[in-house]
Design a binder for this molecule. Structure first.
Ligand code: ZN
Length: 473
């Protein structure tokens, strides 16, 4: 059984109010019955979960541009063909490639000890023997940026800023700012290297990687994240007096490496030129096996599309599954897709992506044309038994379909409970055992139901109010 999230009970209490306040579009009885049957089928679905298990076991980590990411594409093409998808293909592109060779951070004085650390993606290498120097601590990136050069010159910077745990992942944004900005701010002021408190939220000695801001393969300076407990230790040492540390990061970079988007379809019938896009990303960071980020997302959208493919009748619109490449290192797959399909974006009637782990979906967020909002409410009503509450109409899409949303493609963002997502994301702990099968299947059910309704109804999710009604709101 699905485990309802706490917010579901709250939402049920508000339903009468929501139903009164929101216009609902009429749904054909057969479509409604089939959507409900898809939800039931998802409760026992094996395809999606098996996809993640096999991908993370048989391929493992899938660093963008690496030989492993290439194997993931080959594996996915074979698997999607095996599952009976149509038009399975790879749309290839090149990316700047970065990978870690080695990394070591240690306290030299007053008490020699290693700190658990990982280089951020795109970190510059240090000289072969590393760098060492006194540590200067800042509580935020802004503090570093406003510090005088004399405070940073010749030192190793430490930004000791926490990530706040939130259900919607909003605490991550601040973490990403320090990850992006530290190396440049440090090197601009003559600093030797930057250490940041890991952006992740877990209390264990698991450092959290992620891309830094950079042009090409490599950024402005050496930068590493130390785990939360190691950041605590460094802070305690600094409270007792001066501390010197050493940082040694060695990398491999290439200006061009192969990546690509893997695409598979369930071809529609009378509306086959119209596309409902379901996305995820195939690449992962190299520390874990990328089970939550984003093997789960790929399993969810593949599982959902496969359930629709198994219906007695083919869907009216085409369901296109896109396993984006090279998301983690700069959204290269998203950019390549928009470039490749720029001329037919008006044929993309709806896009959605799963890239926030496998926690239960609790709200149905959209970005539809104003006159299409009753469609959102109708679909969300179907999802009430899954604990899904109404969301706003300000969804931005995820990292990979954001570019489509900004081009006017309507999007659905099923909001997941990600309260513990950043405990695992981008760390060695992002492994298959962290996926709760019931919560995962709840996601498959949501995607299958809304994608099916979107294909069968032929609804126009871009729909705007008639001109004469615009002034009446
Ligand atoms: Zn991701």
């Amino acid at each position: 059984m699905f485990k309802p999230v706490m917010t579901a009970a709250v939402a049920v209490g508000c339903l009468a109010h929501v139903a009164l306040a929101q216009e609902v579009a009429e749904l054909d009885d057969t479509i409604e019955a089939t959507a409900k049957a898809l939800i039931e089928a998802a409760r026992v679905d094996e395809v999606g979960l098996t996809f993640v298990e096999d991908l993370t076991t048989e391929v493992g980590q899938r660093l963008a541009g690496s030989e492993a990411e290439q194997r993931a594409r080959d594996w996915s093409v074979a698997e999607l063909n095996e599952l009976g998808f149509d038009a399975v293909r790879v749309e290839a592109f090149d990316i700047p490639f970065w990978s870690r060779k080695s990394e070591a951070v240690a306290v030299l004085t007053p008490s020699p000890q290693e700190l658990v650390a990982t280089a951020l993606g795109g970190s510059a290498a240090t000289p072969k023997d590393g760098v060492s120097g006194p540590v200067v601590r800042f509580e935020s990136l802004a503090d570093l940026q406003s510090a005088p050069v004399s405070k940073v010159d010749g030192k190793i910077v430490f930004i000791d800023e926490y990530t706040i745990k939130t259900m919607d992942g909003s605490g991550y944004g601040m973490g990403v700012r320090k990850r992006s900005g530290c190396a440049k701010a440090t090197s601009d002021k003559g600093g030797l290297a930057c250490l940041i408190r890991s952006v992740g939220t877990q209390p264990h000695r698991m450092p959290h990687t992620g891309i830094m801001a950079r042009d090409g393969a490599e950024g402005d300076g050496p930068v590493a994240a130390i785990s939360g407990p190691d950041a605590d230790q460094l802070t305690r040492l600094l409270a007792r007096g001066p501390v010197t540390v050493s940082v040694n990061i060695q990398t491999e970079i290439k200006t061009n490496a192969p990546s690509g988007n893997v695409i598979a379809e369930v071809t529609g019938t009378d509306l086959r030129d119209e596309i409902v896009l379901l996305g995820c990303h195939l690449d992962s960071w190299d520390l874990g096996t990328g089970a939550l980020d984003d093997g789960a997302g790929c399993g969810i959208v593949v599982g959902a599309a496969k359930l629709i493919a198994e219906l007695p009748e083919r869907p009216r619109r085409t369901i296109r599954v896109v396993l984006y490449g090279a998301e983690e290192v700069g959204l290269f797959g998203a950019t390549a897709y928009a470039r490749e399909h720029g001329d037919d974006l008006d044929k993309h009637v709806l896009a959605s992506e799963s890239d926030f782990g496998a926690g239960p979906i609790w709200r149905f967020q959209t970005r539809f044309g104003e006159a299409a909002l009753p469609y959102a409410r109708t679909i969300q009503n179907l999802l009430i038994p899954l604990g899904v509450t109404p969301g706003d109409n300000r969804a931005r899409g995820g990292p990979d379909i954001g570019i489509l949303a900004r081009s006017g493609v309507p999007v659905v963002t099923p909001g997941q409970n990600g309260i513990d997502y950043f405990d695992y994301h981008h760390t060695p702990d992002d492994t298959f055992d962290k996926i709760d099968p019931d919560e995962f299947r709840q996601n498959v059910a949501v995607y299958a139901a809304f994608a099916y309704v979107a294909t069968e109804t032929g609804w126009d999710f871009r729909k705007q109010p008639e001109p004469e009604t615009v002034g009446t709101e």
